[in-house]
Structures are given as structure tokens and as C-alpha cells.
Ligand binder design. Structure first.
Ligand SMILES: *[C@@H]1O[C@H](CO)[C@@H](O)[C@H](O)[C@H]1NC(C)=O
Ligand SMILES: *[C@@H]1O[C@H](CO)[C@@H](O)[C@H](O)[C@H]1NC(C)=O
Ligand SMILES: *[C@@H]1O[C@H](CO)[C@@H](O)[C@H](O)[C@H]1NC(C)=O
Length: 184
């Protein structure tokens, strides 16, 4: 019994040291999605609550800061909304980001015709008056990468953030909103 316990204890310690060594050597980092730029080009909105024409450019960067492993992104499913109403869906085909690098996804959003409810209309009126229109970017993506030879990690990385734009105005995104807009 004593021998068995000793063997078991040593086994646990060895396993712990091995995990720690693998961790130190590979320093696994979660790949993630980061909004690197956004610009509201055009927003035409009528008093009936219909967004007649919305044009926005958004650059989402897929980052892989693992220095020893490529990362695969798939099921990329993002949406842009205003006050609970989905304005447009942002999708992407699966892709791989090489180790220690990133890949920009450029979206030129065009939305014609989404209608806001009463609350949304009120919010839109107030936002336009205040010169700052907020949109919500949310969604998720599946990431997959390897640590060493055998350990395969899979994660859903989720993003949910608010981007405020100076509009009517120059249409740029508030820099602090952009910097905070990353998945985890
Ligand atoms: C990845 O590395 C870049 C450059 O060093 C850095 O700007 C970025 O914030 C890092 N991303 C993550 C998710 O750690
Ligand atoms: C990863 O990239 C950063 C900046 O691009 C560089 O400073 C760093 O040395 C790279 N690390 C490795 C392990 O290649
Ligand atoms: C856009 O307008 C806002 C508010 O008027 C200002 O703070 C910001 O610096 C402007 N950005 C650019 C790129 O001109």
C-alpha cells in the first residue's frame, strides 16, 4: 500500500512537472479576433425607422501570438447590431494564421432596409442628435491550435463590444472603443 501510494505520488509530481515544462516551452496563447479599424461611411435613416442605406468598413484582425503553432479559425460568425436589431452578418471562410502573425479580414458592410423598433428609433434619434452613433459587434469563432505534438486545443473565442462612431461627423470610431474590441 505504502509503495503504491509512493509510486502514485511520484507519478502525479512527474505529470505536473511535464505539464509545466510544456507550458513554459510553448507558452500557449489564445488566438483571438481584434477590431483594428472601423469607419462609418454613410448612414441614411428615415423617420419611419428604416435604415435606408448604411455603409461601414470594419477590419477585424485574426491574431495568433503562439510562436510555435499555427492557428486555424473556422465558423466565423459575427453580427453588427443597433439597439438589439441585427443590421448585418459578417462571416468568413475558414483560414489558418501562421505562428506569430495575424491576418486582416476586411468587411465593407452594406445594409439596406433594416427597420428599427420604437425603442431603436428613439435611440437612433438621440444618437444622431448627440453626434455619436453606437453599434454592437458580437459573435464567435472557433479556433484550433496545437501545443507540442499531441495536445490539440480547441476554443470558441467570443467577441461582444460596442463601437461608437462620430456621426454625423467624420465617421471615425472612438479609439478607446476600438482598442477594447477584442474576443476572449
Ligand atoms: C499579439 O502580439 C501583438 C504584437 O506584439 C500585440 O499587439 C497583440 O496585442 C497581441 N495579441 C494578443 C491577443 O496577445
Ligand atoms: C513574434 O513577433 C514579434 C513582433 O512581430 C517579434 O518581436 C518576436 O520576436 C516574434 N517572436 C518569435 C518567437 O518569432
Ligand atoms: C473625428 O471627429 C472627432 C469629434 O469631432 C474628433 O475627436 C476626432 O479626432 C476626429 N477624427 C479624425 C480622424 O479626424
Amino acid at each position: 500500500m505504502v509503495i503504491l501510494c509512493t509510486v502514485l505520488a511520484i507519478g502525479v509530481i512527474v505529470a505536473g512537472v511535464a505539464v509545466f515544462a510544456v507550458y513554459i516551452f510553448f507558452k500557449p496563447k489564445m488566438p483571438c479576433l481584434v477590431v483594428s479599424d472601423a469607419h462609418l461611411v454613410l448612414l441614411q435613416y428615415d423617420q419611419g425607422g428604416t435604415v435606408q442605406n448604411l455603409q461601414m468598413s470594419i477590419t477585424v484582425r485574426a491574431e495568433n501570438n503562439n510562436s510555435k503553432a499555427d492557428a486555424a479559425f473556422s465558423s466565423i460568425d459575427l453580427a453588427l447590431g443597433f439597439h438589439g436589431a441585427d443590421i448585418v452578418l459578417l462571416r468568413a471562410e475558414p483560414f489558418v494564421v501562421a505562428r506569430n502573425s495575424s491576418l486582416p479580414l476586411q468587411y465593407n458592410v452594406l445594409a439596406v432596409g433594416p427597420t428599427l423598433d420604437l425603442d431603436g428609433m428613439r435611440a437612433m434619434d438621440e444618437s444622431l442628435k448627440a453626434g455619436m452613433v453606437p453599434f454592437d459587434l458580437f459573435g464567435k469563432a472557433r479556433t484550433r491550435w496545437k501545443v507540442g505534438v499531441f495536445v490539440k486545443l480547441r476554443y470558441w473565442t467570443r467577441i461582444s463590444c460596442r463601437l461608437r462612431f462620430f456621426f454625423p461627423g467624420n465617421g471615425t470610431v472612438v479609439p478607446t472603443d476600438r482598442d477594447r474590441c477584442r474576443s476572449r
